[in-house]
Design a binder for this molecule. Structure first.
Ligand code: HEM
Length: 210
């Protein structure tokens, strides 16, 4: 039987966009943990020196937010929750055993949760980050507001770190997924197994073009 050719999932600009977000996330979360816990202060050296970390952390945070916004506008439609997602969520025990459930589209319910949690925590991080950003904006706010913003910033950062740890685990755990974001393509068998509705949509578009 003839083997089906791989399917393109991400273009080069989409992959560059994603890896810019991922790179910023890594340096910003490492330096952020460095600011937060005295025993982790050495992590500030991710930017070379603690002083540089203090200056660069917010700028890299803004770049991460802006780059994620491009991803947000590209993928939000594929991440809208539908009925199939309820089936998927109810069968999470089967998913954990590597079984597939429901007629999943481009993204499954787990991926959609990561997507919405990421945009939610990034919005909180940006808003609270501006309030605590010295020397540029913090002077415009009162001490109680700055204290509140510091708390929001810390909780949103912990949430995003946990969410991205789950995201990385899933990306590596589901065999064949990482090539999607590294090389841009996925095997047809991967698409059929994990995202059957998306597979049919891609094939229907291919037929239309012929
Ligand atoms: C640092 C290591 C990271 C790795 C190894 C990684 C890996 C991947 C992979 C393999 C995919 C393709 C999944 C698929 O198409 O089925 C993907 C998609 C995606 N990633 Fe990452 N990623 C990382 C960091 C991040 C970060 C920091 C964010 C956001 C803050 C992020 C947000 C996304 C989004 C939004 C998608 C598209 C899925 C969707 O819209 O639901 N990733 N990632």
């Amino acid at each position: 039987m003839k083997k089906e050719k791989p399917i393109q999932r991400y273009s080069a600009p989409e992959r560059i966009n994603h890896w810019v977000v991922a790179f910023c996330f890594i340096v910003v979360s490492i330096s952020g943990l460095g600011f937060f816990f005295p025993s982790f202060n050495w992590l500030m050296n991710v930017f070379g020196t603690p002083q540089l970390a203090r200056i660069l952390h917010p700028f890299f945070g803004v770049v991460m937010f802006a780059s994620f916004l491009i991803m947000f506008f590209r993928y939000w439609k594929h991440n809208l929750i539908n009925r199939e997602d309820i089936t998927w969520a109810k069968s999470i025990h089967k998913i954990a055993m590597n079984e597939e459930v429901g007629d999943t589209g481009r993204y499954n319910f787990g991926q959609k949760c990561v997507f919405w949690a990421a945009i939610g925590s990034l919005l909180l991080l940006l808003a609270s980050g501006i309030v605590i950003w010295r020397p540029y904006f913090a002077d415009a706010f009162s001490i109680p507001v700055i204290r509140l913003a510091l708390m929001v910033h810390s909780f949103a950062a912990v949430l995003l770190i946990i969410v991205i740890m789950v995201h990385i685990y899933a990306a590596l755990w589901v065999k064949g997924t990482i090539t999607a974001m590294v090389e841009g393509w996925v095997p047809a068998a991967w698409a059929k197994k994990h995202h059957p509705r998306w597979y049919r949509e891609v094939k229907a578009k291919e037929q239309e073009r012929k």
